[in-house]
Design a protein around this ligand. Structure first.
Ligand code: SF4
Length: 502
C-alpha cells in the first residue's frame, strides 16, 4: 500500500531515522540524515510524527526481522491516517530481504540496500511520483559512502570510515554477504575528512572499518593502517584517535608501535577474541589461535602498560564443549580485559554456522554465558579499582550518564575509553569540554570522581554544543572536504559487537 497522494514540497517535509545495530549503521544513519537534509527535509522534532520514517536495519542481531516487522506493523495505522507519510527501510536486513519486505509490509514505500544509501532521496521522490513502492538493491558499492553528505551527531567526536566490507569469511557472520568485499578509502581522503572535522572543533575521531588491520590490502600497502595512525598524529587540534575493529589475524607490530608512539592515539584496544579454543576458532574460520591472540595482548601491554583492552566473545558456538569453554575462560583470565561484550550464540539464517551439526542446547549456552559474565565482571571491577586515586582526563559527553540528573554528576570518557561520572557542581562544564579529575570509586562498568575536577578546559566543541549548532558535513570527494557543524552524543556503542565482532 504505497503512498498515493501528492505530497507537499520536500522542503517542508520532516524525517526521522531509526537505527539498529553497530557503529557502521550509526554512521550510515548520519549519512542518511545528511542526504535528506541536502534534499530539503528537516529532522522531525521529538514529539511529532515525521513525514518520512527511515529504518536503518541490522541483519545480525537476534530477532532483527521480528523487531522490524513489529515496528512496521505499528506504523501501518499511523500511515493510514496520514497518507502523505512515507516509510523507507534500508541497511543489512533490507539488503538481505529485498523485495520480501514490501511483500510482507506493502505499506512500505522504499527499500534500499547497504550499497546505495545515496539513492534514498530519489527513491522517495520516485515512490511518491509513481505511487508505488521502489525497491533498489545494488550488489556492490558504486560510491564510497563518505562521499555522501553527513549530518554529524556529535560536536566533539566523529566517525570516519576508512574501509567498508570484509574479505574474511567467519562462519557466524553475515556481514561479508551483505557489505561485500573490503574497499579501502585513500589515506588522503581520510585525513582530509579528519582535518575538516577538527576544523569544526571535533577533538576525537574514531576510524571505522570491519577489519581496520587489513586496511591497505586494496592498494597493496600492508603497513597502511599504522601509517594512517601516525599521520593522524600530525593533525593539530586532534586530541584523541580511536579505531574499531581490529582483527587478530592481521594485527601487526607496526600498529602497536604507532599506537604507542603517536601521542594522540588513545591507549585503548577493542580486539575481538570470539573464542579461546583453537578448535572453535578453526570452526569459526578465524585464522588466529589462542597463542597469537595472547601474544598480541602481551606486546600491547609491554608497549602501553596503561592500555584498556576490550573484546567480543561468543559463547556456545556449534560444537563448543565444556573444555572449549574453559579455554575461553582461561584466555579471559590471562588477558584481563577491562570489559567484554559477550554473546550467546544463536542461529543467524544465511551463515555457514547456521547449518552446522552439534548446535549447543540453549540452556547450556545460557549457563556458560552466565559463568563467563561472572568471571569478567570480577576482572572488570578489579581493573577499575586499580584506577582509584589516579587522575584521568575526561572528554565530557552527552547522554552517557543515565543517573546524572539524580546524582548531579556529569559523564564522559577517559582517554582509555572508560566511562567516568564526575562531580562538577557549580562549574560551567559543557559537553565537548575536557576536565581532569581524580577517581574516587570504581564499579565494573564505570568510574566515579566525587571531588571537583582539578582542571577544566573550554573547547570549540563545547562552544558549538552551547550554541546548539546542528552538525552537517557536505560529501567529501576526491580528498576535498566540506565543512559543517557536528553536534550531539558521542560514540558510545558496543564496540561493533553486533555482528559478534570482527
Ligand atoms: S566477524 Fe568481522 S571479520 Fe569476520 S566476517 Fe564478519 S565482519 Fe568480517
Amino acid at each position: 500500500m504505497p503512498t498515493t497522494t501528492t505530497p507537499t514540497r520536500s522542503g517542508s517535509r520532516t524525517y526521522r531515522v531509526t537505527t539498529y545495530g553497530c557503529q557502521m549503521n550509526v554512521h550510515d544513519s548520519e549519512r542518511i540524515g545528511g542526504l535528506l537534509e541536502d534534499a530539503g527535509y528537516v529532522a522531525a522534532a521529538e514529539d511529532t510524527q515525521p513525514d518520512v520514517v527511515v529504518f536503518n536495519t541490522c541483519a545480525v542481531r537476534e530477532n532483527a526481522d521480528n523487531r522490524l516487522y513489529g515496528n512496521l506493523g505499528h506504523l501501518r495505522p499511523v500511515k493510514d491516517a496520514n497518507p502523505g507519510m512515507q516509510i523507507a527501510v534500508g541497511g543489512c536486513l533490507a539488503q538481505k530481504d529485498r523485495g520480501d519486505i514490501v511483500s510482507r509490509a506493502p505499506w512500505v514505500d522504499v527499500v534500499f540496500g547497504t550499497h546505495n544509501i545515496g539513492s534514498l532521496p530519489v527513491l522517495l521522490e520516485r515512490a511518491r511520483h509513481n505511487a508505488r513502492a521502489e525497491v533498489e538493491i545494488l550488489e556492490s558499492l558504486e560510491v564510497f559512502p563518505s562521499t555522501l553528505p553527513t549530518r554529524r551527531e556529535s560536536t566533539y567526536a566523529g566517525w570516519v570510515s576508512i574501509s567498508v566490507g570484509c574479505n574474511n569469511t567467519c562462519t557466524f557472520c553475515i556481514v561479508p554477504s551483505l557489505r561485500g568485499k573490503e574497499k579501502d578509502r585513500r589515506p588522503g581522503e581520510i585525513l582530509a575528512e579528519v582535518r575538516a572535522l577538527v576544523d569544526q572543533g571535533v577533538s576525537e575521531v574514531t576510524l571505522l572499518g570491519q577489519n581496520v588491520n587489513s586496511y591497505g590490502v586494496e592498494f597493496g600497502d600492508r603497513l597502511a593502517f599504522g601509517k594512517l595512525l601516525r599521520a593522524c598524529g600530525d593533525i593539530e587540534g586532534l586530541e584523541r584517535v580511536r579505531f574499531t575493529s581490529p582483527h587478530p589475524k592481521d594485527f601487526t607490530d607496526d600498529v602497536i608501535a604507532a599506537m604507542a608512539e603517536t601521542p594522540n592515539v588513545c591507549h585503548q584496544l577493542h580486539m575481538p577474541l570470539q573464542s579461546g579454543s583453537d578448535r572453535v576458532l578453526k570452526a569459526m574460520r578465524r585464522s588466529y589461535r589462542q597463542d597469537r591472540y595472547l601474544g598480541i595482548i602481551d606486546k600491547v601491554r609491554a608497549a602501553m602498560p596503561d592500555a584498556a583492552i576490550t573484546t567480543d566473545i561468543i559463547v556456545g558456538f556449534p560444537g563448543e564443549t565444556e573444555e572449549d569453554f574453559q579455554a575461553t575462560l582461561d584466555v579471559v583470565r590471562r588477558a584481563r580485559f577491562s570489559s567484554a561484550f559477550t554473546f550467546q550464540y544463536s542461529i543467524r539464517p544465511g551463515t555457514p554456522a547456521a547449518t552446522m551439526p552439534d548446535q549447543v542446547p540453549k540452556a547450556v549456552v545460557k549457563d556458560r554465558y552466565e559463568r563467563l559474565i561472572a568471571v569478567q565482571e570480577e576482572i572488570s571491577w578489579a581493573e577499575n579499582r586499580r584506577l582509584i586515586g589516579r587522575e584521568v582526563e575526561v572528554l565530557v559527553s552527552v547522554g552517557e550518564g543515565r543517573k546524572d540528573s539524580a546524582t548531579g554528576r556529569m559523564s564522559g570518557r577517559a582517554r582509555d575509553g572508560r566511562l567516568v561520572h564526575f562531580d562538577a557542581s557549580g562549574m560551567s562544564v559543557r559537553p565537548g569540554d575536557v576536565v581532569t579529575t581524580v577517581i574516587t570509586q570504581a564499579a565494573p562498568h564505570h568510574l566515579i570522581a566525587d571531588d571537583l575536577p582539578t582542571d577544566h578546559r573550554f573547547t570549540a566543541a563545547g562552544d558549538a554544543w552551547e550554541a546548539g549548532n546542528r552538525p552537517k558535513l557536505p560529501g567529501v570527494s576526491l580528498g576535498m572536504p566540506g565543512v559543517g557543524l557536528p553536534v550531539g552524543p558521542p560514540p558510545t556503542d558496543d564496540g561493533g559487537a553486533c555482528c559478534g565482532g570482527h
